[in-house]
Design a protein around this ligand. Sequence first.
Ligand code: CA
Ligand code: CA
Length: 226
Amino acid sequence: LFKYLGPLHSSMFFSFYTCSLKMYLNYSITLRFVLLHTGCMTDWFNRDNSTGKGDFEILIELRKENPGKICNNPLQIQVLTTGGQPVSSTGDFIDTSDTEKGFICKNSDQKNGRCSDYKVRFLCPIDFCCWTDWFDRDNPSGKGDFEILVKLQNENPGKICNNSLQIQVLTTGWLPVSSTGDIIDTRHIKGFICINSDQKKGRCSDYQVRFQCPDNFCPPPQGNCL
Ligand SMILES: [Ca+2]
Ligand SMILES: [Ca+2]
């Protein structure tokens, strides 16, 4: 081939080949990265504590107790203590932590005889879930900003699932809640509430919310999927 191409064309061929190979490798790495990192996280689950034989956050039980909220084929499991610390910080010996069984920490495996309490969540494939549109039904001119799920559902029939996986909240200017310094009423988990009288400045920012729904709610490609 190179004899046929001659020295100049051989070097052009090599540079074309090397370039194509680089592009292919970059593409493969990028594709792999995208495939590994797209998808959506479930909510955090904490079904057990370590008062019995250990902390058993078993996938089959979590699915039974939270129907439709965990995909059949999770891509990753994430585990933290209920206080938000990584597993490595506790020094516990972990029996199981995978996407088939879930998470098991046995008290009998620990030097001090007791596991920490852990919570788990799962990365699900991209087709498992999608996000609704953003909703902003209220502003803080009255008692506060009340983005309550049941009211949003009544006002936007068919647009928000009944079994949302999680809620996302931003200001109407697209800033995170943490940036405003507002104290949020976390007792009300079915939606979002910020009460003006809870704030030092006497008034909440204006927030918008959206919800992550399981796949049976959001038919592709119309769904606003990640
Ligand atoms: Ca637990
Ligand atoms: Ca609002």
